[in-house]
Design a protein around this ligand. Structure first.
Ligand code: SF4
Length: 342
């Protein structure tokens, strides 16, 4: 049975506290200690009676804590945290500071099963899913260190749709006004395109933003970059995205990594524009970031601009996400790159 209180919603905390003789109102109090006051142990729940805290501890309840094993700072302002989990596994989380907001890119698994060719994490062996508490704790630890977090993107290590329940639970916990209170429109779930997960998300009572990593406009090319494309053809993926939009009326972000002489021609851009025509989608063009084990090269600035212009002329809103955090291997596709050789 899971006894980590960081892994609980307010109503779950309430149930536990009532079961130990406490009052219902103490559930939100405990939640507030964990998610706003960043308590590290039950000893810090100072407004809960000592004997209630003691009986929770003797009942096996505890607060898990990620340990900051390393923090790297890029001169461009990006920071990367290497966290150690209670079982000794490591994950990476990135903080992107901008003048008016802090965004963090969080991980949801240790390693990844999907093996996308342009992504360092895909070269690491999959170890396990993170709990909702471990997902949320990345935000807590960085908020405690760096101040208010405004945006969260589930774009770190792992595929959120393969750890669906824990990611959704984390979204609920992060959204709660008695906790970190991060608005649902400020949270983005990014998937490599798992149609079942996209359809499931459309049925939820809460809609984080959805980003889909596409990286190619044809099945043939996509299969070269992302093994998952062999299992889920483009037509199935587009159909799931359409379903999501019919249910939620939400715009979808398409992530597209620009790789030299592979997916960056004008005909690729035209094919992408045609593919997205039935959707309300905007495109983020990402400069390919190198890592060991992969000999792709990033597209030239000129190719990226021409690609963007073609999409824009076709009516597809497009932005270029310039590399950030590359010096500390914190840019898109680089998480875990330091551990590939090991
Ligand atoms: Fe996994 Fe995402 Fe990397 Fe693909 S891009 S290997 S899904 S972490």
């Amino acid at each position: 049975m899971d006894k980590d209180l960081k892994n609980k919603t307010i109503s779950q905390l309430q149930e536990i506290i009532i079961a130990f003789g406490g009052k219902a109102y103490q559930g939100p109090v405990a939640f507030n200690f964990i998610h706003q006051k960043f308590a590290r142990s039950l000893d810090e729940f100072t407004t809960l009676k000592k004997d209630l805290r003691a009986s929770l501890v003797s009942g096996g309840y505890f607060l898990s804590n990620l340990k900051v094993a390393e923090k790297l700072c890029d001169p461009d302002g990006t920071e990367k945290y290497l966290f150690t989990l209670s079982d000794g596994n490591n994950i990476e989380t990135v903080l992107l500071r901008e003048s008016d907001r802090n965004t963090i890119c969080i991980s949801c698994q240790v390693g990844c099963k999907l093996g996308c060719k342009f992504c360092a994490t895909g070269f690491l062996k999959f170890q396990r899913d993170l709990t909702a508490g471990e997902i949320v704790d990345q935000v807590i630890k960085i908020a405690a260190d760096a101040g208010k977090i405004n945006n969260i993107v589930f774009m770190g290590m792992g595929e959120p749709m393969y750890n669906y329940d824990n990611c959704l639970k984390a979204v609920w916990i992060l959204t709660d006004p008695k906790g970190l209170n991060i608005g649902i429109r400020k949270q983005t779930i990014s998937t490599c395109g798992l149609p079942d997960g996209i359809r499931a998300l459309a049925e939820e009572d809460i809609y984080p933003r959805l980003a889909v990593s596409l990286h190619a406009a044809s099945d043939t090319l996509r299969k070269k970059l992302m093994p998952i494309a062999s299992k889920h053809p483009m037509a199935e993926l587009v159909s799931a995205m359409r379903y999501y939009q019919q249910k939620t009326s939400r715009r979808i972000t398409i992530e597209y990594c620009m790789i030299k002489c592979l997916n960056d021609s004008l005909s690729d851009a035209q094919a992408l524009a045609a593919l997205l025509r039935p959707l309300r989608a905007n495109v983020n063009l990402i400069e390919y970031n190198p890592h060991p084990g992969c000999d792709f090269q990033g597209s030239s600035s000129r190719a990226i601009k021409a690609f963007k212009d073609t999409l824009m002329q076709s009516g597809v809103e497009t932005i270029v996400r310039y590399r950030r955090g590359r010096n500390i291997k914190a840019a898109c596709g680089q998480l875990g790159a330091d551990r590939i050789k090991k």
